[in-house]
Write a protein of this length. Structure first.
Length: 147
């Protein structure tokens, strides 16, 4: 999709996203959590816009030699339109630009097959499992990609 514009997320963008965050983006993150992340010096967040409307966002945390993907979220009505791929491409590029980073790691719900396929397409490999990671009921698959 050529009309997807990606830019860094700022606290001022939370005003636009707050009304639709829980409704349109599932219940992943609240506005207060995002605000905390945006002021964290080890976090970076980006957003995808179509026609000047936020349709997705994603973030990373920088650790010592690893970048951890915190989330890649697409608005429900914009899923399956390549937005996740665009966001993931940008996150990988951001990780490569960080000094000393050798890999990217993430957790994905064991039931989220579309997301697992996306990560595999980008070279992520399964390296572990976290039992009952999501809401103390669903397992998380740990995936890593070397840079």
């Amino acid at each position: 999709m050529d009309n997807i514009k990606v830019s860094r997320m700022a606290i001022s963008d939370l005003n636009e996203i707050k009304d639709v965050l829980l409704l349109d983006f599932d219940d992943f993150w609240s506005v207060s959590i995002l605000e905390t992340e945006l002021i964290n010096p080890n976090s970076k967040y980006i957003m995808a816009k179509i026609n000047n409307k936020i349709v997705g966002f994603a973030g990373i945390w920088k650790a010592v030699d690893d970048v951890h993907i915190t989330n890649i979220v697409t608005a429900k009505k914009f899923r399956r339109q390549n937005i996740g791929s665009v966001l993931l491409t940008n996150l990988i590029q951001m990780a490569k630009e960080e000094k000393g980073i050798t890999s990217i790691t993430l957790e994905v719900n064991s039931t989220n097959i579309p997301a697992q396929r996306l990560y595999e397409k980008f070279g992520f490999k399964v390296v572990g499992l976290r039992k009952k990671y999501y809401n103390n009921t669903e397992d998380a698959i740990i995936m890593t990609r070397e840079l």
